[in-house]
Design a protein around this ligand. Structure first.
Ligand SMILES: Nc1ncnc2c1ncn2[C@@H]1O[C@H](COP(=O)(O)OP(=O)(O)O)[C@@H](O)[C@H]1O
Ligand SMILES: [Mg+2]
Length: 364
């Protein structure tokens, strides 16, 4: 198969829209690499540059050792699956899947063999004679994937392929695409704005924001060691809570203060502050690391703004004088709206971010 390398890849549209800024990363052979970030952050642009559908303003893209900047899309040995499927409405499923091979003048027997094999992998053999309008959304999605599979490409590119499906089908197709990846041992690059899709499918995730790479890591690292405040807030639902705090000395132990609360820092957090010259720092703490508890260590008195019961747990939207944050609770007796509630911060799980740059002080 193949690996793809991006070196200082930049894209500027129409002279002034900086869509991608100096992207540097490698898509390893047989990896499932996900590009994730909010709408407009440059995901599709990167994918389209790899496919050759968009000119590269600066930098280089390689497939294996070969620089492909000037190689036309049809010669790149890449297959792309789009969000809108882009099926030909007047052609049957068979013809849709065969079309690319026919264009490339493959022998009929070979085409037939590849289409049947792909149809079998995707469980759509019974649909080969239908036209797209007689297919459900999920079936159309499979045909679009089938059209890519028959090409036996070096690299598969997916641009938000599940966005048009309902929630349940999305979960199912997510699993199917992951299984397909295992079965084909293919290099796949998958674009999504949905962090859950990214976390569940990717073995390497590239997080983007405003055209810039924020972090490249596996799902566990992204969650537990976000490189900056953006990643901390983007990965995980509900997002990490952020609280602006002052660094103070609490009778010999360094602590963080906000309003009239003081939370103590363990050694890990203290040493993270070594490089910081400011006397304030942004505390990051995930909802599951804030526990409803007795008045005790690292406790904060809050008011309950909203309770969202989700079955196996609930989300508590809490407020202090100047801060808002969310706690996750598996209590059966949930607090009432406007109730007073004391919670404890599990500081062993806390993150610290630079108050100006948002860079993590604790990720390394
Ligand atoms: N053809 C284009 N001309 C001008 N600007 C574009 C074009 N395509 C995308 N952009 C801009 O480039 C940025 C990145 O777009 P895109 O790669 O489509 O983002 P994403 O796929 O992450 O939503 C956005 O600001 C978008 O408006
Ligand atoms: Mg896009």
């Amino acid at each position: 198969m193949a690996y793809v390398t991006l070196k200082d890849v930049t894209k500027i549209y129409d002279g002034d829209v900086l869509a991608v800024e100096q992207a540097n990363f490698e898509i390893p052979d047989e990896s499932f690499t996900v590009l994730v970030g909010p709408s407009g952050c440059g995901k599709s642009t990167i994918l389209r540059m790899i496919a050759g559908l968009e000119e590269i303003t600066g930098g280089d893209i390689y497939i294996d050792e070969e620089r492909i900047n000037d190689i036309p899309p049809k010669d790149r040995d890449i297959a792309m699956v789009f969000q809108n499927y882009a099926l030909y409405p007047h052609m049957t499923v068979y013809k849709n899947m065969a079309f690319g091979l026919k264009l490339r003048k493959y022998p009929k027997a070979e085409i037939e063999q590849r289409v049947n094999e792909a149809a079998e992998i995707l469980s759509i053999s019974h649909l080969l004679n239908r036209k797209p309008k007689h297919l459900s959304g999920g079936e159309r999605q499979r045909v679009a994937v089938g059209r890519a599979i028959v090409r036996h490409p070096k690299v598969f590119l997916f641009d938000e392929p599940l966005s048009n499906l309902d929630a349940k089908l999305r979960v199912q197709m997510r699993m199917e695409i992951s299984r397909l990846h295992d079965r084909l041992d293919a290099t796949m690059v998958y674009v999504t704005h949905d962090q859950v899709e990214a976390m569940t499918m990717g073995d390497q995730i590239v997080v983007l924001n405003e055209g810039k790479i924020q972090q490249i890591a596996d799902p566990g690292t992204l969650y537990h060691k976000p490189a900056n405040q953006f990643v901390g807030g983007f990965i995980g639902t509900p997002p990490m809570n952020f609280i602006e705090t002052q660094i103070v000395n609490n009778s010999g132990t360094p602590a963080l203060r906000f309003e009239n609360f003081k939370v103590e820092m363990n050694g890990h957090l203290q040493s993270a502050l070594n490089t910081l010259s400011e006397d304030s720092v942004t505390l990051g703490i995930r909802p599951e690391d804030i526990h409803v508890g007795e008045n005790g260590k690292n406790s904060v008195d809050t008011q309950v703004e909203l309770v969202e019961p989700l079955g196996n747990h609930a989300l508590l939207y809490l407020r202090t004088e100047t801060s808002n944050f969310v706690a996750q609770s598996d209590l059966i007796d949930l607090p009432q709206h406007n109730a007073s509630l004391t919670v404890n911060f599990n500081m062993d799980k806390a993150h610290l971010f630079h108050p100006e740059t948002g860079e993590s002080l604790t990720a390394t």
